[in-house]
Design a binder for this molecule. Structure first.
Ligand code: SF4
Length: 225
């Protein structure tokens, strides 16, 4: 009998109900079969795990399986959740909020995920990955309208000013990010002044402004089953 696949390793932190995925994030890309860009600059180099091993992770990763309709929808939901680095509970809370909001649920969901503070810091190119952006927020290196905010899920609104602390910007990692930043494509709903280390949210992001490669309709269908 084949050995059961080990579940992803998630630890609960002592404080609150926060969980943390502690396995290799490259396994997540290999499971999805696409690049999710979870490791910053490394994702653009030949060291990217999915470039070296194009099959799924684990003992049975090389077996070709035909996905059921349910599995296709589940995969798409997992893809979106993993791109933004959310655990299941956080993601389903976002989905419920998107359902309650006026308009198309899928588009609302994407907009809510994009407006998370950790994502905005990443989009502003202050961080090379959402994970790094989350650390910056958690460690109070980010100000929103002049006040430190350490909640990665904080929702930014049009007009909000997001600032990276000048002292933090002096670190070698952040210097590297800032040097690479001007070459990165900035979303149209954000404007960044790298001299001031400050970005402004111009409008709420719409579907056409978000380059996340996910069929969000399949995610809606997953939750509507
Ligand atoms: Fe995914 Fe980046 Fe790892 Fe490549 S390097 S497998 S894109 S997380």
């Amino acid at each position: 009998m084949p050995a059961a696949q080990a579940p992803p390793r998630i630890v609960k932190e002592a404080r609150g109900n926060l969980g943390k995925y502690i396995d290799s994030v490259c396994r997540l890309c290999r499971r999805q079969g696409v690049k999710l860009f979870l490791k910053g600059d490394r994702c653009f180099t030949p060291k990217c795990a999915i470039e070296r091993r194009t099959y799924g992770p684990g003992q049975h990763g090389q077996l070709r399986k035909k996905l059921s309709a349910y599995a296709v929808r589940l995969r798409e939901k997992q893809k979106l959740r993993r791109i933004y680095g959310l655990l299941e509970k956080q993601f389903s809370i976002s989905f419920k909020r998107a359902e309650r909001t006026k308009g198309m649920t899928g588009e609302n969901l994407l907009s809510l995920l994009e407006r998370r503070l950790d994502n905005v810091v990443f989009r502003m190119a202050f961080a090379s990955s959402r994970n790094q952006a989350r650390q910056l927020v958690n460690h109070r290196h980010i100000l929103v309208n002049g006040k430190p905010v350490n909640i990665p899920s904080y929702m930014v609104d049009p007009g909000d000013k997001i600032t990276l602390k000048r002292k933090t910007a002096g670190s070698p990692i952040l210097q590297k990010n800032l040097e690479a930043a001007p070459a990165k494509r900035m979303p149209s709903w954000i404007q960044v002044d790298f001299d001031k280390l400050e970005g402004t949210v111009l409008t709420a992001p719409k579907r056409q402004d978000i380059d996340t490669n996910v069929d969000v309709q399949l995610v809606v269908e997953f939750y509507s089953r």
